[in-house]
Design a protein around this ligand. Structure first.
Ligand code: SF4
Length: 355
């Protein structure tokens, strides 16, 4: 039976059959530090009989979250060191993050901002702080794109979103407004006409970057929600995190990327997991990630290829980290490998051979 509201406590996870009673104490210990939320749509997707269910693994707490490793950091990607005013992160010249809200419809166990989000986190930006953030964007003509993230900006009411868009509409140098959200997947019914209208403003192009990590998240309801956004003229991109035990499998990744493309959501980023506290059990090595990304090349359409990126710890920005297919062999001569592992000289020496 579908829950009628989000599960927010360890006890409710047990009552819903999502957690064995023997793990209640562990989950309560984790919940003291990191928030829990599982929406009815996500709870309904979990296979209770599968102890390794990839949806459960994303949202049901695990005692491993209380073990931190020396390289993990509360602010792994250096948001704080690039925050000139509250709510703004200005890491690259032409774009800023606007963190309007620090609440999410679900709390992902691997979240890179897990020390900042949650009902007891930083909440919603106060009106004065929002004024200062908008003032900062107004006074920096180099800002071409504003990225609303947090938290999940689509938890805000249509009225709040519209107010924000109206203020951004009046800033002529801002051309692109991008929302990063999990809502179309985890709470698809929230994406109604009113919310979609609130995301649009004349003179601005609206993008929504959809966060999903496993093809089972792309339910008919999620596909319909994305369809409503795209039909309304919103451009959609995907972002996923490469996660051990969830999508570290070539078939799963291929199905996820194909699912996005079928939904008219262009695969954008595949993130190497950040060094967030208590997330070592989700991390794989970069070499494992490179092998997985390589497996997509050739095997699935070019439309389905995301960029595999690492957010360099400390706030140095994103770096593409897929293995290179090209190696210099001399002055403007190279070895280039194809998707099946064949190696070719460029420019070719001798006659061309076609496969
Ligand atoms: S939706 Fe995003 S910000 Fe919120 S918990 Fe998940 S990863 Fe973190």
């Amino acid at each position: 039976m579908k829950q009628d509201r989000a599960i927010r406590t360890a006890k409710d996870l047990v009552s819903a059959g999502l957690l064995g009673a023997d793990r209640l104490g562990d989950a309560e210990a984790v919940a003291k530090r990191y928030a829990i939320a599982v929406t009815p749509d996500m709870a309904g997707l979990i296979d209770r009989a599968d102890p390794n269910d990839p949806i459960a693994r994303q949202f049901v707490p695990d005692i491993a979250e209380l073990s931190t490793t020396p390289e993990e950091r509360a602010d792994p990607i250096g948001d704080l060191s690039h925050s000139p005013v509250e709510g703004i992160v200005h890491r690259y010249p032409d774009r800023v993050l606007l963190k309007a809200v620090h609440v999410c419809p679900v709390y992902c166990r691997f979240c890179f901002r897990r020390e900042m989000v949650g009902p007891e986190g930083l909440g919603t930006l106060a009106p004065e702080a929002m004024d200062a953030a908008i003032g900062y964007i107004t006074n920096h003509p180099e800002i071409w794109e504003v990225i609303l993230t947090g938290g999940d900006p689509l938890v805000l009411s249509a009225r709040r979103l519209e107010e924000m868009m109206v203020r951004l509409k009046d800033i002529p140098h801002v051309k692109i407004v991008r929302f990063h959200s999990r809502v179309p997947v985890v709470e698809p019914q929230r994406v109604d006409d009113k919310l979609i209208a609130a995301l649009k403003a004349s003179g601005k192009t609206t993008y929504v970057a959809l966060h999903a990590n496993h093809p089972r998240e792309l339910t008919p309801a999620a596909r319909a929600a994305a369809g409503r956004l795209v039909d309304a003229g919103v451009v959609m991109l995907s972002q996923s995190v490469l996660l051990r035990g969830i999508n570290d499998d070539p078939d799963v990744l291929a199905e996820l990327m194909r699912g996005f493309v079928e939904m008219r959501v262009k695969p954008y980023y595949l993130h190497h997991p950040d060094l967030a506290p208590g997330t070592a059990h989700f991390r794989l090595s970069i070499a494992e990630g490179q092998a997985l990304v390589k497996s997509l090349r050739g095997r699935v359409s070019g439309l389905c290829q995301p960029t595999y990126v690492l957010d360099i710890p400390g706030g140095y920005g994103k770096a593409p980290i897929a293995a290179s297919n090209v190696e210099a062999t001399g002055e403007d001569t190279y070895k280039v490998s194809d998707w099946q592992g064949g190696v070719h000289a460029y420019p070719p020496t001798g006659s061309y051979e076609t496969p």
